[in-house]
Design a protein around this ligand. Structure first.
Ligand SMILES: [Cu+2]
Length: 304
């Protein structure tokens, strides 16, 4: 079917230069909008938009440096690669009336070695810095000031303050879709500026101990004892959660970490003692061992 253009106003297409100027203008506007809308400050940029700051624990500065350093390195490599791609596209573009096939490069050994070697160096560098930092967190030198054992279980947490021989057991949540207010969550107390060795154990299935502000999480596995050491540097209450899908009510496995002064910590220990929560609350309450016990803190809600 042929349509006539009669009655239609024909708009001349813009010249290439106008189009280019328009595209550049839109690009600049988009960049400006992204910066303004993200509301980023230099401080946020320096910590790579992570929900933490360098003083939260003795590890957060190193982790933030690894994170932002990796991003900067990735960005530099990205700019180089994008630049080379764009350069190739422009320099080797198809020209008018030139129908010859370009030179085909294959089995170019030096080039193949280069693009094998460079990624190995990049991955090796990332691996090295990660391994060094992880070793500092899980295997530090020196003795910790105190020891805490954290038990993950469906669907809460138990905290055992080993040195003081007291414990605190998280109440099983109401599994009705409502979440407990933050103040009612089980709370791990840690004294500020003291080095704590945290032992992680599971009473049933695989969980994961995660405090986003600490920029650190570690698996909590049945039959395995995992450990890490931490020195909190700023008082405050930090939200923690289970980071391993551990069953139907995984989402209820929230907790607080309260970093407090030494006096408040002592007071909390005294309160637990006064409440009669003394002793170990140890592996005898693990699901396999607790089947015969009638302790509601042990296997409450464990139905799968
Ligand atoms: Cu869990």
């Amino acid at each position: 079917m042929v349509e006539t253009l009669e009655g239609l106003k024909i708009v001349p297409s813009p010249s290439p230069r106008t189009t280019r100027r328009r595209t550049a203008g839109l690009g600049a506007l988009g960049l400006l909008a992204a910066l303004v809308l993200s509301g980023c400050s230099t401080e946020q940029v320096a910590r790579g938009w992570m929900p933490s700051d360098p003083n939260v624990t003795d590890h957060t500065e190193g982790i933030l440096n690894l994170w932002t350093g990796s991003w900067i390195a990735a960005l530099c490599i990205g700019v180089l690669v994008w630049g080379l791609i764009i350069w190739c596209v422009i320099v080797y573009r198809k020209r008018k009336d030139d129908h010859r096939l370009p030179v085909q490069l294959r089995y170019h050994l030096p080039l193949e070695l280069l693009y094998t070697f460079i990624p190995i160096v990049m991955v090796g560098t990332l691996f090295y810095h990660t391994a060094v930092l992880q070793e500092q967190i899980t295997n530090p030198e020196g003795e910790p000031d105190l020891h805490v054992t954290v038990y993950g279980r469906q669907w809460s947490w138990d905290f055992v303050y080993t040195d003081d021989d007291v414990w605190d057991a998280g109440e099983p949540a109401e599994l009705d879709g409502t979440m407990a207010p933050a103040a009612d969550l089980p709370t791990l107390y840690l004294p500020v500026d003291q080095t704590v060795e945290i032992e992680l154990r599971s009473r049933d299935v695989a969980h994961s101990f995660w405090v986003p502000a600490f920029l650190y999480k570690e698996d909590v596995l049945p039959g395995v004892v995992n450990e890490f050491t931490i020195t909190p540097g700023e008082e405050g209450v930090y939200l923690g959660k289970c980071a391993e899908l551990c069953g139907e009510h995984h989402g209820y496995m929230l907790f607080n970490v309260a970093v407090v002064s030494a006096e408040e910590y002592e007071q909390h220990i005294a309160d637990l003692e006064a409440a009669g929560q003394t002793g170990e609350l140890g592996p005898e309450l693990d699901r396999d061992n607790a089947a015969d016990l009638e302790d509601p803190t042990a296997v409450e809600g464990a139905d799968n």
